[in-house]
Design a binder for this molecule. Structure first.
Ligand SMILES: Cc1cc2nc3c(=O)[nH]c(=O)nc-3n(C[C@H](O)[C@H](O)[C@H](O)COP(=O)(O)OP(=O)(O)OC[C@H]3O[C@@H](n4cnc5c(N)ncnc54)[C@H](O)[C@@H]3O)c2cc1C
Length: 409
């Protein structure tokens, strides 16, 4: 069978590697580089992801893939600390002592929060897909827990869409992330960055005979008998990894829509630490970014020779004009950094950076096969309640199984 894969992110690369073992495969990627959300900036001496990335100890499929690609030895487990930036100060919030001494939350609210963390996995979520996270928290834990803890977190993750997110999503998310050890969370990172994963995947797929084409945007996908025509080439099957609404406009098929948000992330290099050693700093103070992610407070700074910091923001619709400049100016002013101290900076913008898990989302998760087409990606079931490298690897494997099932059936 001859298969076309649309999109060279993690889902597309995993599907390409798997399908190439027994099918003729062509992967088409719109951009000049592979990796999608996991693509990297090449700084000559090192590469750094254009969007902050780490993995988790429970990422079973990712670990198996790293083994298969000969990269398991490159994986390091590091300690990721978190904190809040409130009223101009950064507060670490990783150890029980730090949490207890945090002054912007009452002891009663901390106890209520602790109760939710312990119980989240056991709360029945079936009726909560239509309830907003905001009303669930306000009704069950009180308004102050919402404003002092959850509101900044939801803002940092969903920007202007924060009020639309469902309680089912929030509880699922807490349930999978509340097993962190005191002192910080064990987070995984590849010694030479996740660029090596993208590169090895490409090489492994090519070694199986896959043709990987970058700078090759797919426009229309037309039905052609029992198959499809893509860029004047005929295929028996098409696996799309782009958002369903983009695939719908390429094919003219009614494929439904998954609510997405865009991400604008600035990476910058400076010569000192500005977050007091904290890796992930959520902004409780209003800023044009929701979190400051100090990469070199996770991975040793010596590896880069400079401190690397991400400013993370999400947006709905179009990115407001001048957003990148506002992020940089605000960061410099708020964290006491002179503009000349910033050695370099890079703004990465992706209008389809992740689904918004709004009320009713769970019912809208699309399946893999649609009217003779296949689709998988950040919107697929393995990427709920959180899109991740692990989820996209599983989605790539599951869509491959669906293609194989149909070709044998
Ligand atoms: C800011 C941010 C931080 C993240 N942090 C983490 C993290 O710490 N840990 C973790 O596990 N996961 C993280 N993720 C999630 C992870 O990066 C994604 O789940 C995964 O990389 C998505 O892969 P994908 O292939 O499904 O989608 P994408 O990466 O979006 O790939 C889709 C590809 O399709 C291409 N494409 C689009 N249109 C066309 C077209 N017309 N023709 C051809 N190609 C096209 C795109 O260019 C893209 O390369 C993060 C994501 C973001 C955005």
């Amino acid at each position: 069978m001859k298969c076309c894969i649309v999109g060279g992110g993690l889902t597309g690369l995993v599907a390409a590697l798997s399908l190439s073992t027994d099918h003729e495969v062509v992967l088409m990627e719109r951009r000049p580089v592979l990796g999608g959300c996991l693509s990297s900036i090449d700084r000559g001496d090192y590469t750094i992801e254009a969007f902050y990335h780490h993995c988790f100890q429970g990422d079973r499929h990712l670990l198996v893939l790293l083994d298969r690609l000969g990269l398991r030895g490159e994986l390091e487990w590091l300690t990721g600390t978190t904190g809040y930036h409130v009223e101009g100060r950064s507060f670490p919030l990783s150890t029980p002592t730090e949490i207890l001494s945090y002054p912007h939350m009452s002891l009663l609210d901390k106890a209520r929060l602790g109760w939710l963390m312990l119980r989240a996995g056991r709360i029945d979520r079936s009726g909560l897909d239509d309830v907003t996270a905001k009303s669930f928290i306000q009704d069950n834990l009180g308004t102050s827990v919402y404003t002092s803890f959850f509101e900044p977190l939801l803002r940092s993750k969903f920007g202007p869409m924060q009020d639309r997110v469902s309680a089912a999503w929030l509880l699922s998310r807490i349930a999978i992330r509340s097993n962190r050890s005191p002192g910080g969370e064990r987070l995984g990172y590849l010694r030479h960055g996740f660029a090596s994963l993208v590169d090895r995947l490409r090489r492994a797929a090519e070694a199986e005979g896959c043709s990987v084409l970058t700078g090759t945007p797919v426009g229309a996908i037309r039905r052609d008998g029992a198959g499809w025509t893509v860029r004047d080439e005929r295929f028996d099957a098409v696996v799309s990894t782009v958002p369903p609404q983009l695939l719908a406009s390429m094919t003219g098929l009614p494929l439904g829509e998954v609510p997405y948000q865009g991400a604008a992330c600035m990476t910058l290099a400076i010569d000192r630490d500005v977050t007091g050693g904290i890796y992930w700093l959520n902004m409780k103070d209003r800023a044009p970014y929701g979190a400051v992610v100090a990469h070199t407070n996770l991975v040793p700074v010596e590896r880069y020779g400079e401190h690397l910091v991400y400013l993370a923001s999400y947006f709905a619709g179009d990115l407001p004009e001048g957003h990148g400049d506002r992020m940089l100016s605000d960061f410099c002013q708020r964290f006491g950094v002179a503009k000349e101290e910033v050695r370099w900076h890079h703004l990465e913008v992706d209008p389809f950076a992740g689904p918004v898990y709004e009320t009713g989302y769970h019912r809208r998760i699309p399946g893999y096969a649609h009217d003779g087409l296949y689709m998988a990606g950040m919107f697929s079931a393995p990427n709920y309640p959180e899109r991740s490298m692990e989820g996209s690897i599983v989605a790539g494997e599951e869509v491959t199984a669906a293609v194989r099932g149909a070709s044998h059936g």
